[in-house]
Design a protein around this ligand. Structure first.
Ligand SMILES: Cc1cc2nc3c(=O)[nH]c(=O)nc-3n(C[C@H](O)[C@H](O)[C@H](O)COP(=O)(O)OP(=O)(O)OC[C@H]3O[C@@H](n4cnc5c(N)ncnc54)[C@H](O)[C@@H]3O)c2cc1C
Length: 162
């Protein structure tokens, strides 16, 4: 994804929103003991052509939204799709309002309970709950710098994982 975004928005724009991850130390959440370290070696990253970048989900959305609008896409929010019909000659999408939309191609990016995937496969394919709950949040670097034990993580290029 970092390779694609670099190509589409340019390195400068990416530098404003993303931070580079050069290594990931893994910690046991219960004991605090370091369990391992994944290093994203510069030579390997250079060979892959993309860096390991960390950015907020909302920034990915914002960049993609701006790119789509600039490319002429029309975006309709709050449009619930109730069915998708395979192409003959072209595929159709029906909205909850009853409106139908025809397209050359339909991209079914409708999440973990995807209706499009169900239609393509001809069977249920909902993701099984994994039994884990993930909490995400953002803390400002200025706030972290006030605490000695957090300060080093605000300025580090490593992304700590527990
Ligand atoms: C906690 C968490 C952390 C993650 N971290 C990362 C990460 O660091 N890096 C990474 O690459 N990935 C990460 N992922 C995975 C990534 O978020 C998903 O792979 C990605 O969002 C899937 O994109 P999608 O467009 O297929 O589905 P989604 O992002 O789920 O979007 C589906 C959209 O379709 C809409 N929709 C669904 N049904 C209908 C309908 N009938 N009509 C109209 N609209 C509908 C939904 O409202 C939603 O807006 C993470 C996921 C989670 C949960």
């Amino acid at each position: 994804m970092s390779k694609i975004l670099k190509n589409w928005v340019g390195e400068e724009e990416l530098r404003k929103t993303a931070v580079r991850n050069v290594g990931t130390p893994w910690y046991d959440m219960d004991t605090g003991e370091q369990m391992g370290y994944a290093e994203w070696k510069p030579a390997v990253m250079e060979e892959t052509g993309g860096e390991f970048l960390m950015m907020k989900h909302e920034d990915v959305h914002r960049l993609l939204h701006t790119l789509a609008i600039a490319a002429g896409a029309k975006i309709q929010f709050g449009a619930t799709v109730t069915s998708v019909t395979p192409g003959d000659p072209k595929p159709l999408v029906t909205l909850a309002t009853g409106e139908t939309l025809m397209a050359d191609v339909i991209i079914g990016a409708d999440g973990s309970t995807s209706m499009v995937r169900r239609m393509v496969l001809g069977r249920e394919d909902d993701a099984e709950p994994g039994g884990f709950t993930v909490f995400g949040g953002s803390v400002s670097a200025d706030e972290m710098k006030k605490y000695p034990e957090l300060e080093k993580w605000a300025t580090s290029e490593e992304v700590r994982t527990a």
